[in-house]
Write a protein that binds this ligand. Structure first.
Ligand SMILES: NC(=O)C1=CN([C@@H]2O[C@H](COP(=O)(O)OP(=O)(O)OC[C@H]3O[C@@H](n4cnc5c(N)ncnc54)[C@H](O)[C@@H]3O)[C@@H](O)[C@H]2O)C=CC1
Ligand SMILES: O=C(O)CCC(=O)C(=O)O
Length: 453
């Protein structure tokens, strides 16, 4: 899981070249630590940032380790405990360079269109469905996440949570506990079962699903899974040819798929009807994957033995005391407020990983770990300046860039493309960087160009 991460701005090591520095603070030595020259429509003139002018907006209570990492870089950090609505975000995003969020803030095309200075987005979680990734890509904004750190609590944290819920459902602990709090002593074993020897059906056998598979087998369960991609079966687990066969044979069905057009409402009335009437459904993936009205009907009608739900089609932006949901009051139903990734261990690891990926991108241009951007990095050199160029991926653009570069001494160069954009890093002679930057910025297909030195 660990990737080499640059936490310090090693490429930038001397006083800023006055030709490139913003006239507003030419003597600030700090400015030598980071110079960013972006040619987006709003800041076509060369811009150089003192580090404290890099504005980082963190939403949804991101772990303090991330705040500290950004502050250690000298960035200006604002951290809020809740999500922001689209309108609130549009208002705030205008002068933000780095946006950090978790699962609730929606970064729509409308928001991104206003984000003229945005250099990077950090999803301090696994899922990235809350960000319009193609639009961010088209604007040259890389999105980073933490695909692994969250996993054991969801995989690891979450996988641990799922194991806990499987046992709690099987022994009806939720209902018994609620009764005890209401003075009811009801000791019974009817419809309570061991999990050993039971079939766990995992839909989505990725990081979380496969971690869960290992834990479940260790507890004596038989694991089957269904995934649209070919997956290596871990331990004795077995792939199902289709979702129907998994639904029919499983005592527990657990969902670990991303939110996509294909997975929305993938469990509805028909799929619930395929499940055994003594089976349980668990969903800690995304709320829209399950039709919760149909699930509530099945639970109330006794057509399912219970459910554990962590995610909902609509979730509040912050903690509240007036949350309402159709699943409230359903028998043997555990409802949790999207806590699959909420352990201190996971939040700290995520905070650290994502802030380091973003810092690396800002300080060196290295884009490894991005989910919507060409992933490249090359070692930094003391001897050169670094040109970073993001451009529309059109025929001829590389020829035009290389024509410019061919006039100068280039010590290293790397290019990678995705559907819409190309990203090039070139290390060039120090004296030439300003001119190269100016020429490449002027190319019709350039989206953003930065110089690091
Ligand atoms: N409740 C919570 O707090 C958390 C929820 N999550 C959610 O869990 C999801 C899964 O996380 P990971 O396992 O890390 O993701 P992953 O990307 O490693 O695995 C997802 C798997 O689902 C499969 N898949 C995609 N579409 C499918 C379909 N239509 N049918 C069957 N399989 C399909 C993929 O091939 C992949 O193997 C995340 O996308 C996120 O939405 C993640 C962390 C915490
Ligand atoms: O903890 C969170 O806010 C989000 C967890 C989650 O859903 C994810 O990692 O995708």
């Amino acid at each position: 899981m660990s990737k080499p991460i640059f936490t310090s701005p090693t490429i930038i090591r001397r006083d800023i070249n006055n030709d490139i520095v913003s006239p507003s603070s030419p003597t600030n030595k700090q400015m030598s630590l980071l110079t960013s020259a972006m040619n987006s429509p709003d800041n076509a003139a060369t811009l150089s940032f003192p580090k404290e002018k890099i504005k980082v907006l963190l939403l949804e209570n991101i772990h303090s380790v991330a705040i500290q990492n950004f502050k250690d870089q000298g960035f200006n950090v604002e951290s809020l405990s809740s999500a922001l609505s689209e309108d609130q975000l549009i208002e705030k995003i205008k002068d933000v360079h780095v946006l950090g969020l978790r699962s609730k803030t929606k970064v729509t095309a409308k928001v991104l269109a206003e984000a003229k200075r945005l250099m990077a987005i950090g999803c301090f979680c696994i899922g990235t469905d809350q960000v319009d990734l193609p639009f961010a890509e088209s604007r040259g904004v890389p999105v980073f996440n933490s695909p692994f750190c969250n996993s054991r609590s969801v995989e690891k944290k979450s996988a641990e949570l799922m194991i806990a819920e499987i046992i709690v459902l099987s022994r009806k602990i939720g209902d018994r506990s609620r009764e005890m709090h209401n003075k009811v002593w009801r000791k019974e074993s009817k419809n309570c079962h061991e999990i050993r020897g039971k079939v766990l059906g995992i839909i989505g056998y990725g990081h979380i699903g496969s971690q869960l598979s290992v834990l479940a087998e260790a507890m004596g369960m038989n694991v089957v899974y269904y995934d649209t991609a070919r997956k290596l079966p871990l331990g004795n687990s077995k792939a199902c040819p289709d979702m129907k066969s998994l639904l029919e044979m499983s005592n527990y069905v657990t969902l670990h798929v991303p939110d996509t057009e294909q997975t929305r409402n993938m469990i509805g009335k028909d799929e619930l009807a395929m499940m055994r009437s003594d089976a349980y459904l668990l969903n800690a993936s995304r709320g829209k994957v399950v039709d919760i009205a149909a699930l509530a009907d099945a639970l109330k009608g006794g057509r399912l033995a219970g459910a554990a739900v962590d995610v909902y089609p609509s979730e509040p932006e912050a903690n509240c005391n007036d949350w309402e949901n159709v699943l409230q009051g359903c028998p043997n139903t555990i409802l949790t407020p999207h806590i699959g990734g909420s352990t201190e261990e996971a939040q700290e690891a995520i905070g650290s990983e994502v802030s380091e990926l973003i810092t690396c991108f800002i300080n060196t241009g290295g884009s490894e770990g991005s989910v919507n951007f060409p992933e490249i990095s090359i070692p930094v050199s003391e001897e050169t300046h670094r040109i970073l160029n993001i451009h529309h991926n059109k025929p001829g653009v590389l020829r035009d860039i290389n024509l410019i570069l061919s006039e100068f001494n280039v010590s290293s160069q790397i290019l990678s493309t995705r559907k819409q954009i190309g990203y090039i890093i070139a290390d060039v002679d120090k004296e030439a960087s300003k001119e190269i930057k100016r020429k490449i910025s002027a190319l019709p297909h350039s989206i953003k160009t930065r110089v690091l030195y």
